[in-house]
Design a protein around this ligand. Structure first.
Ligand SMILES: [Zn+2]
Length: 102
């Protein structure tokens, strides 16, 4: 097997290794394909912690918000996170009420 460079090879797509959210290199936008995104600092569903946990970024081209690590929508994660925090919140509230009534 001798290495033969193929001039008709398509330009290399961004590899997963080049996606480094710590250095501001995010996965391309799932809607428009542009890799220019900015971290979202605060969201209604996750406060400050949620977007940090799920690498929630906003596309600078079309404004779409997605997961900068996987390049996919965070919608399912947001749903789970929201339901999870409601369950935890309700649990904490119930425990607090019981402690108050005893
Ligand atoms: Zn976009």
């Amino acid at each position: 097997m001798s290495p033969s460079p193929n001039p008709f090879e398509p330009p290399p797509a961004p590899r997963p290794e080049s996606i480094d959210p710590a250095n501001g290199n995010f996965a391309p936008c799932p809607r428009c394909g542009q890799p220019i995104a900015q971290r979202v600092g605060f969201t209604l569903w996750g406060g400050v912690l949620g977007p940090k946990l799920f690498t929630h970024v906003k596309c600078q081209t079309c404004g779409n918000k997605y997961n900068g690590k996987t390049g996919q929508s965070n919608a399912s994660v947001i749903a789970v996170y929201t339901v999870g925090s409601i369950v935890v919140g309700a649990f904490v509230a119930i425990v607090a009420m019981r402690m108050l009534t005893i």
